[in-house]
Design a protein around this ligand. Structure first.
Ligand code: NAD
Length: 296
């Protein structure tokens, strides 16, 4: 069994670290929040006094932090993980961050003689608790193989997306599809309402026709057709509108930096920004249909 450092024990990192403990690993973690630290102790892990302390004797260090600036500070800032770690330590960053920062931090780790993968996830808090996350992994083949047994404990589907940063690239491309498609499906239901077409009828037709997609068939934004979708519980998240906005902004940053034309991605970011700005950040992202109806 391995000794694992874990930095960032929030809504996602907390249950991920708990699953590593359950699998028999020794987990030594750190977070800025006392409540998060207390949850690690409850789960059977050991709390450290700093991020740097988690790397002492660690085979692997996992980070699950809010954004790129936190990741850069924790890895390369004063008292950072890279300076504290022994050569050969494996780093796994599962935070959702911008591609450029992911590549910069991976290069700094590589220069110091350490392997690193970016391994953002989809599956939300439920997936983190159940150990069924999907990991999209960027890094060398060797680093991927080394990381996989740990990712297998925390997730169900582990995909190697290519070199450093490609895990983040896969995550933001996927979520840009999701944000755009959720708006598209919602617009279709709003139009159907105006035209007197029943929700269930549109669902029955489009879910087996060319309009079918995940936003319709698994996460339907109106109550009824898919009983498990957040629309049936007043858009209680699931995946919050604020998280969707974060990912759409990351996609726009990457599109601008790389020169990719993503007009619908830009429009989706703008629509979610208005929705978030109207106080709906904690609402499920499928609640965007209320905004399109002019009621949310
Ligand atoms: P969170 O805010 O609950 O947890 C982040 C934790 O990092 C907090 O506990 C915070 O105290 C800690 N932290 C911040 N700076 C730190 C530092 N310098 N040192 C130590 N700890 C520090 O967020 P979350 O929901 O767990 O999300 C984490 C990441 O996972 C984000 O990048 C998010 O985009 C991504 N993500 C979240 C979900 C979701 O449904 N919550 C789904 C997929 C991906």
């Amino acid at each position: 069994m391995a000794r694992i450092g874990f930095v960032g024990l929030g809504n996602m990192g907390g249950p991920m670290a708990a699953n590593l403990v359950k699998a028999g690993h020794e987990v030594r973690g750190f977070d800025l929040s006392d409540a998060a630290k207390a949850r690690l102790t409850e789960a059977g892990g050991t709390v450290c006094a700093s991020a740097a302390e988690t790397v002492a004797g660690a085979d692997v260090v996992v980070t699950m932090l809010p954004a790129g600036r936190h990741v850069e500070a924790v890895y390369t800032g004063e008292g950072g993980l890279i300076a504290a770690a022994a050569t050969g330590t494996l780093f796994i960053d599962s935070s959702t961050i911008d591609v450029a920062t992911a590549r910069r931090v991976a290069a700094a780790a590589d220069e110091a003689g350490m392997a690193m993968v970016d391994a953002p996830v989809s599956g939300g808090v439920g997936g983190a608790q159940a150990g069924t996350l999907t990991f999209m992994v960027g890094g060398s083949e060797a680093a991927f193989e080394e990381a996989k047994p740990y990712l297998d404990v925390m997730g169900k589907t582990i995909v190697h997306a290519g070199g450093p940063g490609n895990g983040q690239a896969a995550k933001i491309c996927n979520n840009m599809i999701l944000g755009i498609s959720m708006i598209g499906v919602s617009e279709a239901f709003v139009l159907a309402e105006k035209l007197g077409l029943d929700h269930q009828k549109l669902f029955d037709i489009s879910s087996t026709a060319s309009g079918q997609c995940w936003s319709l068939t698994t996460y339907c934004p109106v109550p009824g057709p898919v009983p498990t979708s957040p629309a049936n519980r007043d858009y209680q998240a699931g995946f919050t509108a604020a998280m969707m906005l974060k990912d759409l902004k990351l996609a726009q940053d990457a599109a601008n930096a790389s020169g990719a034309a993503t007009p619908l991605g830009a429009e989706a970011a703008q629509i979610y920004s208005l929705f978030d700005g109207a106080g709906n950040g904690e609402v499920d992202f499928s609640g965007i249909i209320r905004f399109l109806r002019g009621t949310g």
